[in-house]
Design a protein. Structure first.
Length: 119
């Protein structure tokens, strides 16, 4: 199963700089695993985490047999826990969502301001 089909992310209501990206990246897998355990989730709870300094926090499941869609019923709980743990300058995290799977690759760490619909 491709990585993108195991990937889900939470964007922020207003992307603004924050200094906690490394801390969020380090603790987000534990936050997710604890939230899922407390919700009686029985499948894999291992994640690779990426957090952009201005934008989204993302989780990619490490188990190749567990797709992101198996986590969807827990997205609200995961988002609530993330907002409790890291409300960044009053810009809350939006509900986790699955990464689009109609593409065959995922690119991380490209600043949003470099993206232009006019290119």
């Amino acid at each position: 199963m491709p990585l993108v089909s195991r990937h889900f992310f939470a964007a922020r209501t207003n992307p603004a700089p924050h200094t906690f990206a490394q801390c969020i990246a380090a603790t987000l897998p534990n936050i997710a695993a604890t939230t899922l355990t407390n919700s009686n989730y029985l499948l894999a709870k291992g994640f690779i985490t990426k957090v952009k300094a201005r934008e989204a926090g993302s989780l990619t499941g490490t188990n190749p047999d567990t797709p992101a869609e198996s986590y969807t019923q827990y997205f609200d709980a995961l988002t609530h826990r993330l907002n409790q743990s890291f409300l960044v300058r009053n810009h809350s995290w939006l509900t986790f969502t699955q990464a689009p799977t109609s593409i065959q690759l995922a690119i991380h760490s490209i600043p949003a301001d470099l993206h232009s619909d006019n290119n």
